[in-house]
Design a protein. Structure first.
Length: 324
């Protein structure tokens, strides 16, 4: 069982980003405020929906060692569990999602083949995750075996897993409903070329993420009647892409209808979400929170009459002094 400990309410919070209509005056929160404090306040009947997200946790079950040169003592699944619990106590309308590469990086994966990682995520209370390239390090059958320990949904819209052991375990998308707001969640994975040994990806077909995203967003908006669409991606963040790289901001700029992309793969430490214009002129928030579970991302949406009227996000720092 993962232990729970109390967070100090004076813990520092990194930068926040706010997107709202001009007629709304939402606060993005104080930099010295509680880690669990909501980012939006209005008092006018909006539903506040919170997304907490991780990416590239890479089997980092324990905090990083004290002698780590960059992030000594940070992270650890016990601290993440404590913070998630506190946020959910403050706002029950919270979903916890992941952008892939849960596997590979410590002996936990070498010895237990993904069992520990998925059990820990289930214990913390993840709702939905997607697949990174390292999920295939031991092959498709080993991944399918590890998924028996995942008590949450795994989604991918551009990895076609039909006819493989993953077929009954990986969904194209899922829909959650919170306070009458239907939320569609889907995943996108990176091209396996040069990243995944072909034998370990056997039977899985990779599809263009932009094409796949357009298709699944249309399904979620029209057939599933979703008011919000959230993507968990393992594509990477490329502010100046080379060689035709397709990352989160490129998907956002080419696909209408995605409200938020929780990204992964490039281990990018973003201090706040980036706003990207869709072809329609609407905005998509893009956020990635580094690696190893050092940080937790938080994005709050204010929804009125099933329409988004404001959004704000920030980085939550799981420092060793944040818990007592």
């Amino acid at each position: 069982m993962i232990t729970r400990r109390k967070f100090l309410t004076t813990s520092a919070v990194f930068g926040a980003s706010l997107v709202a209509r001009p007629d709304l005056a939402f606060s993005s929160g104080s930099a010295a405020g509680s880690l669990t404090a909501p980012l939006l306040y209005s008092g006018r009947g909006e539903t506040l929906i919170t997304f907490l997200h991780t990416n590239d946790t890479h089997s980092q079950i324990d905090p990083l060692p004290a002698n780590d040169k960059l992030y000594p003592g940070k992270g650890g699944v016990a601290r993440r569990a404590t913070l998630v619990k506190r946020v959910r106590e403050q706002n029950p309308n919270t979903l916890l999602i992941d952008g892939g590469d849960v596997f590979q990086g410590t002996p936990y994966f070498n010895f237990y083949k993904g069992e520990v990682e998925y059990k820990a995520m289930s214990e913390i209370g993840y709702d939905v995750g997607t697949l990174g390239n390292h999920e295939f390090d031991n092959g498709v059958e080993a991944l399918a075996s590890a998924m028996q320990f995942a008590k949450f949904d795994l989604v991918s819209a551009n990895y076609d897993v039909r006819g493989t052991p993953l077929e009954s375990k990986v969904k194209q998308y899922v829909v959650r409903e919170i306070k009458g707001v239907r939320i569609g969640l889907f995943g996108l994975g990176i091209s396996p070329v040069g990243l995944i040994t072909p034998a370990n990806f056997k039977g899985v077909t990779y599809r263009d993420p932009v094409v796949a995203a357009r298709e699944v967003v249309r399904i979620l908006r029209e057939r599933e009647r979703c008011s919000m669409v959230i993507a968990m991606t393992h594509l990477g963040y490329y502010p100046e892409p080379r060689g035709g790289a397709i990352g989160d901001s490129q998907v956002a700029a080419q696909v209408d209808g995605i409200d938020f992309i929780a990204g992964g793969h490039t281990h990018t430490f973003m201090e706040k979400p980036l706003s990207v214009k869709q072809p329609s002129g609407q905005e998509t928030l893009v956020f990635q929170v580094g690696k190893s579970g050092i940080y937790l991302g938080r994005v709050d949406f204010a929804v009125r009459s099933v329409k988004i009227v404001g959004a704000a996000g920030r980085l939550l720092d799981l420092r060793d002094e944040s818990l007592v």
